[in-house]
Design a protein around this ligand. Structure first.
Ligand code: SIN
Length: 325
């Protein structure tokens, strides 16, 4: 049966052009969704596509403006009886942040799949068509519903909470932590590892057009409290520490954050280590800090922004949500 897929395009390398098959440099977000779907239409992927250009930019520039256009477009597609699944094309650099934000704020009623590419469309070995064909396979599968937002890169499917870009080059740039991939996919096969985990399908948090400012502090040896105070500034409602090891930081920095916590700043301890599980420690209770558990700093930031926006600001309540992540 032919599936009906809505493709929402935001740019990235999957729509990038180098002007040469072997050039290293290229410009992301050059091909329009109309041109892309014309090419994809010839591949015989067993799907009908309707496309919409939300943006056509490098994902380093993605933020609230694009998210505020993308989120309602996905909601509209999910409500459309003529849509079986949604694919969002996206640059790989911040793909994990958009995927997690959508995962937290969308119902899991139909498949929503983010996909990108590591090589521009005119490069030898362009991975974008293969990744897109795999994404079509996932977005067409009714069993992909109830799993939240999914990310397809290479022949693997990742959960939005787990996925992270771990390499700057090469097509094997994504990994999942703590769960590795949740399925293996090719254009003609799809094998899930386990049952859907969001059977109730409802959105976990309300969408919010204006997310509060939350800064990420990258901890390092000899970090200085005055610099920390400057980085946090006047407007931040929260800070995520990309801590050393298991969410640790120099004592002067901890004392500065305890001081700022007393004036209402929310503090989440994550890790700058690649696969960093950060558990609560005894001092967190006294300090009113939160442990990020398995979330990396950039995802912990998105979650803290959403929690503050949804009025969840009590430290124990914040910790409960991070524990469930
Ligand atoms: C981007 O994130 O937009 C550029 C890099 C990529 O898509 O791989």
């Amino acid at each position: 049966m032919t599936s009906r897929i809505t493709v929402l395009a935001t740019g990235g390398t999957i729509a990038g052009i180098a002007g040469s098959a072997i050039a290293k440099d290229y410009v992301a977000g050059q091909i329009t969704i109309e041109d892309y779907l014309e090419e994809v239409g010839g591949l015989g992927l067993g799907a009908e596509f309707s496309g919409r250009q939300i943006a056509n930019i490098d994902s380093a520039d993605i933020g609230p403006e694009v998210w505020n256009a993308l989120h309602p477009a996905v909601i509209e597609a999910l409500a459309d009886d003529d849509c079986d699944g949604v694919i969002v094309t996206h640059g790989t650099d911040t793909l994990e942040e958009t995927a997690f934000l959508l995962d937290l704020t969308l119902p899991a009623s139909k498949p929503v799949v983010l996909v990108g590419a590591m090589r521009p469309a005119d490069a030898v070995g362009y991975d974008g068509l293969r990744n897109f064909a795999n994404a079509v396979r996932v977005a067409s599968d009714a069993d992909a519903a109830g799993r939240g937002v999914l990310v397809v890169m290479g022949d693997r499917v990742f959960g939005a909470r787990d996925v992270r870009k771990v390499r700057t080059r090469g097509t094997d740039a994504f990994r999942g932590f703590p769960r590795e991939s949740v399925a293996l996919v090719t254009p003609s096969s799809l094998e899930w590892f386990g049952a859907p985990w969001r059977p109730d399908a409802v959105a976990q948090f309300d969408w919010c057009d204006a997310l509060p400012e939350v800064v990420i502090l990258y901890a390092h040896a000899a970090m200085d409290a005055v610099a920390v105070e400057r980085m946090i500034g006047q407007d931040a409602r929260g800070v995520v520490v990309a801590g050393v090891g298991e969410g640790n930081m120099p004592e002067v920095v901890r004392q500065e954050l305890v001081r700022q916590r007393a004036s209402g700043l929310h503090v989440v301890r994550a890790s700058r280590a690649d696969e960093g599980l950060v558990d609560r420690e005894a001092e967190d209770d006294a300090n009113g800090f939160t442990a990020a558990r398995a979330l990396n700093p950039q995802k912990a930031r998105i979650l803290l922004q959403l929690l503050i926006a949804n009025g969840i600001t009590e430290p124990a309540a914040i910790q409960r949500v991070f524990d469930g992540s």
